[in-house]
Design a protein around this ligand. Sequence first.
Ligand code: AKG
Length: 324
Amino acid sequence: MKATIALSTNKYQSFVAKALSKISNYFVQNRTYLKADPNFFFMKYLGRFLWVRSLAYHFAPQSSYQIDTSSTIKIFENRISLDHDINDAVREVRENGYYTGLRLTPQHIDEILKFAFSNPCYGDRKQSDQLLLPNMDAVKKQNFYRVASYGLTQENCKAVQEIKHDANVLALAKGYLGREPVYTHSDLLWSFPGEMDRDQKIAAAQVFHCDINDYRSIKFFFYLTDVEESDGSHSYIEGTHRKRSLIDQLLGQRIASKADEKLLAAYDPKKVRTLSGAAGLGFAGDPYCIHRGDAVKRSCRLLFQVEYSFYNYSSYYNHVEGGV
Ligand SMILES: O=C(O)CCC(=O)C(=O)O
């Protein structure tokens, strides 16, 4: 009897200790944000509400920190193509939350793969866990990590710079943001098949979620390997950047803690659009639109992503990226 009481007291104490540590971390983190970047702090709380997002779209001033397009665009002839007119592409992102129909050139794909095979990446994004995967066989054999990112080193790849400064990419970003796009972030990431627990899935963006990185953002994704449906494909729940229950707005990014089935039931499973295709396929989406990367089951997927917003909250990105 005494042993049972001691056990449940221990459980209670560890529950309280965990809860207190979470609350204290929450306050410490928010104090850091508030001190380092008050604009980010306010956006983090207010940017979850549709009406605030809409007001910001109309009234937020243009950032003075824009991507430098003066010389680069003219130099780069290796252009991304679009299956549609740019205005139609912008309209699709506005209406549905995403647009698919961007294509990398074979040179882009070759260059990025060459870069990926000749530079180290970081297992589970940890700077201490460097991996060299010199070819596709080595990639397939790797079965310890579930994801591996090239961190900031991908900036050294010429094709990455070409994509970031591509005239079509920037025109689509400008059309959707309604102002000159501000580059915030890019990533080159392997996803590997294997079992994952819920926390790993959340960390790998493999559950339905939304990202509130600004009052409005647009993120471009490009597959560098062939992606089949239900094997690493990316999905959006169409229209969820425009319509969302008040509870889900209040939840903000914590919407990821809801089970996928619950979100599907709330927003209609028929609205899910799954994007699969051969290496080179690209799409652009509003990260506030509910989306996920489906788990890779058989193949390994290499994905490049680049994001533009109204502002670059550098303190946030440095914090999140941890230098990798
Ligand atoms: O890996 C994917 O396809 C999903 C990535 C994603 O959802 C994100 O970066 O927010």
